[in-house]
Design a protein around this ligand. Structure first.
Ligand code: BDR
Ligand code: CA
Length: 312
């Protein structure tokens, strides 16, 4: 079974990605590492523990990582995901505790213990993953695949140029994209904007009326409000769950090989500059970039994995 490590900053869509993978029987979650991004490190770690408890997965170890961007020390702001990172509902405190081992130590040691077996799923800023690349020269070779949510070939969401996860720590993003990972998949906004939680799915979650469906329905209410205020849309994008769903069914996205470089400063900082390489003589790719999502297929993976008894 595929071993995965989820690197995350919950975050509403991160929480749904965690719930999805916790419910899947085709992957083995070896650990979750946390990173400041959507909200600060203490909150994202507490949210991770709450979500794992809700999923009944207190067996999954959690390792706290970096609290600040390695680019310039910028800190989280809580404007999209609510003051607590989960829609401001008043999270239930978890009894489960995080481990003392720092995220970077776990990442490097675990990849070294299982060379060629571990898939990384970074769905927050890339601060921890870059630190692991820099800490252990063998890390890149030891990792089988990296499937990350971040970047965009087209328009950004944090600035016109940049997507939030890469914008938050562009230096770290540059380290990761330049590291030479054998299999690096960038699931960016071009695909995740096609994986939105439409009102009908929200209503289905309410009707399913399980602890997990009630939780997802509740935390996405404020996320939809933010999207409505920003774009006039009654739906929110499930960025991180789409990247997670790719681990369960690769056909949820289409990809092209590309050379991706990161703009590390200036007006366009955090931009992923995507140059498609297929059919271009002499061009080499460092990633596969998602160009779009099969929205219906994504919903099927999400709902049948989370609610196998109720949805077929
Ligand atoms: C990414 O930024 C965060 O707000 C989301 O959790 C997602 O990982 C989308 O740009
Ligand atoms: Ca995230």
């Amino acid at each position: 079974m595929r071993r995965i490590i989820i690197d995350t900053d919950p975050g509403i869509d991160d929480a749904i990605a965690l719930l999805l993978l916790c419910a899947a029987d085709s992957v083995r979650i070896d650990g979750v590492t946390t990173v400041g991004g959507n909200v600060d490190l203490d909150l994202v770690t507490a949210n991770t523990l709450t979500v794992l408890e809700l999923a009944g997965r207190t067996d999954v170890p959690v390792y706290p990582g970096a609290g600040r961007s390695s680019t310039d020390g910028r800190e989280p702001s809580a404007d999209v995901h609510g003051v607590d990172g989960l829609g401001g509902l008043g999270r239930t405190a978890a009894a489960m505790r995080a481990r003392d081992t720092p995220a970077v130590d776990f990442l490097t040691a675990h990849a070294a213990a299982h060379p060629g077996e571990v898939t990384l799923l970074p769905i927050g800023p890339l601060t921890n993953i870059a630190a692991a690349v820099e800490a252990d020269p063998a890390f890149v070779e030891n990792v089988a695949s990296v499937v990350l949510m971040g970047g965009a070939e087209g328009a950004g969401n944090m600035t016109p140029s940049a997507e939030f996860n890469l914008w938050y720590d562009p230096r770290a993003a540059d380290v990761v994209f330049s590291a030479g990972f054998a299999d690096l998949i960038m699931v960016g906004l071009d695909a995740t904007r096609q994986a939105d939680l439409a009102p009908g799915v929200g209503e289905l979650l309410r009707l399913l009326d399980t602890p997990v469906s009630r939780f997802i329905h509740a935390i996405t209410r404020s996320y939809v409000d933010v999207a409505f205020a920003a774009h006039g849309r009654l739906a929110c994008d499930l960025h991180d769950p789409l990247a997670a769903a790719f681990l369960l069914d690769p056909a949820v996205i289409a990809t092209v090989p590309a050379d991706v470089s990161i703009t590390v400063d200036g007006e366009h900082e955090g931009r992923s500059v995507v140059t498609r390489t297929a059919g271009v003589p002499g061009a080499t790719a460092n990633a596969r970039v998602a160009t779009g999502a099969d929205t219906a297929r994504f919903y099927r993976v999400l709902l049948t994995t989370l609610f196998p008894e109720s949805v077929d």
